[in-house]
Design a protein around this ligand. Structure first.
Ligand SMILES: *Cc1c(COP(=O)(O)O)cnc(C)c1O
Length: 389
């Protein structure tokens, strides 16, 4: 991902400003919400589009104890960039870089027997015990080991490998299906099953350093799920896991990313003028149009054609017609801002701009997808990089 750490005021076609002071403050807020648990900063998928390495550094500075990624490649990239301490990754496929992960001192998740066999082989070759966290499927129905015989087989094999000095079982963990829907019956069921699967493993002799199941939603709203560690992703970036749970401000969180573009052209057009591919917008009368030079290649969802909001010259405007690959148009209603005027697609909201949540609603998706899909063609501009900022 492009790192543009200098001159945040340089004129750019488009920019995603990343406020690292906001991210650090969010880390501190989350730590205070889960005071008895360690905090894992989840920085998978380029820190949800914000840039993995700068965000991981800022999170560690602000007190995150662990870093978490989906893929081993993401975890190895953090280690290669010099990030210290505990790093865990959980999305493995056969033939993955187990040995590199073991040698880089990364905690690896194991959900089944094939994975345990591969990590044990890698540890034997490396001559270093692997740090393994056994993942239980307590009801999500995605990754993780099923309760019952499968769990007994995996726990038994992992304990034998531990006795042989090939692995150290550092964690037992799981993931919620519906933590963002308070009162959903699956939450209590998953917690009960998690406790049963923990109890079984511990009876057999597993002595994990950390037991964990909470994502952002559970960290924010379900203290009984915190156990030894919470894994926060979206909340770090100042976005609520779900608007029904509350706004970022309700939780003391501040959005980290501001996406803006420099208006490329403002022009007068007559009424009845078709706008953008397919002419899905026709000017209702003589007006001015503004060209915003970002499109679906930059992550502006095409599903927000005709609905996405953008702040131009102090006013909310709406995408007129289709979002194209590289650009979209807004009807400026006769206003004549100069070319080069800032168009703010989303940010924290305190300058009156829309938020990522507004774009999620416009596109029929979740704010996670809005920030994560901002493309690599948009430079990330880091502000407040210094700890004091
Ligand atoms: C992405 C992810 C998280 C973080 O989820 P948020 O809802 O963003 O907090 C936690 N755990 C796992 C296994 C994940 O894949």
């Amino acid at each position: 991902m492009t790192e543009t750490a200098t001159a945040p005021t340089a004129p750019l076609r488009a920019r995603a400003e990343i406020d690292l002071a906001a991210l650090r403050a969010n880390v501190r807020t989350l730590r205070a919400l889960a005071p008895d648990a360690a905090l894992m900063a989840v920085v998978k998928s380029e820190a949800y589009g914000h840039g993995a390495v700068p965000c991981a550094r800022a999170a560690v500075e602000a007190g995150a104890d662990w870093l978490g990624t989906a893929t081993p490649e993401e975890a190895l990239a953090l280690r290669a960039a010099g990030l210290p301490g505990r790093i865990m990754c959980w999305l493995w496929t056969p033939g993955g870089p187990w040995r590199q992960a073991v040698e880089a001192d990364i905690d690896v998740s194991v959900s089944g027997m094939w994975a345990l066999a591969e990590v044990v082989a890698a540890a034997r070759e490396a001559g270093i015990p692997a740090r393994v966290q056994l993942k239980a499927d307590t009801g999500l129905g995605r990754n993780g080991c099923q309760p019952g015989e499968d769990w007994a087989e995996l726990v038994g094999a992992a304990l034998r490998a531990e006795a042989d000095g090939l692995v150290r079982i550092t964690g037992l963990w799981s993931h919620f299906a519906c933590a963002d829907e308070p009162g959903h019956p699956s939450i209590a069921l998953q917690l009960t099953r998690f406790r049963e699967m923990l109890a079984y493993a511990e009876e057999q002799g597993v002595r994990p350093e950390v037991r964990h199941i909470a994502n952002s939603a559970a960290t924010l709203t379900l203290p009984e799920t915190h156990f030894d560690l919470v894994r926060t992703g979206i909340a770090l970036y100042g976005i609520s896991p779900s608007p029904e749970l509350g706004s970022p401000a309700d939780f003391g969180l501040r959005p980290v990313m501001t996406l803006s573009a420099s208006v490329a052209l403002v022009k007068h057009v007559p009424g009845g003028h078709g706008v953008s591919y397919g002419h899905h917008y026709i000017t209702p009368g003589a007006t001015t149009l503004g060209l915003v030079p970002v499109g679906y290649a930059d992550g502006v969802p095409r599903h927000a054609s005709g609905t996405g909001p953008v702040l131009v010259g102090g006013k909310w405007r709406t995408v007129a017609g289709r979002v194209a690959m590289d650009q979209f148009v807004v009807d400026l209603g006769g206003d004549e801002p100069e070319a080069g005027t800032e168009a703010v697609l989303f940010g924290p909201g305190d300058r009156g701009e829309p938020t990522a949540e507004d774009w999620a609603q416009a596109a029929g998706t979740i704010a996670y997808e809005i920030v994560t899909r901002i493309g690599t063609r948009v430079p990330r501009v880091y502000v407040n990089e210094e700890q004091s900022g």
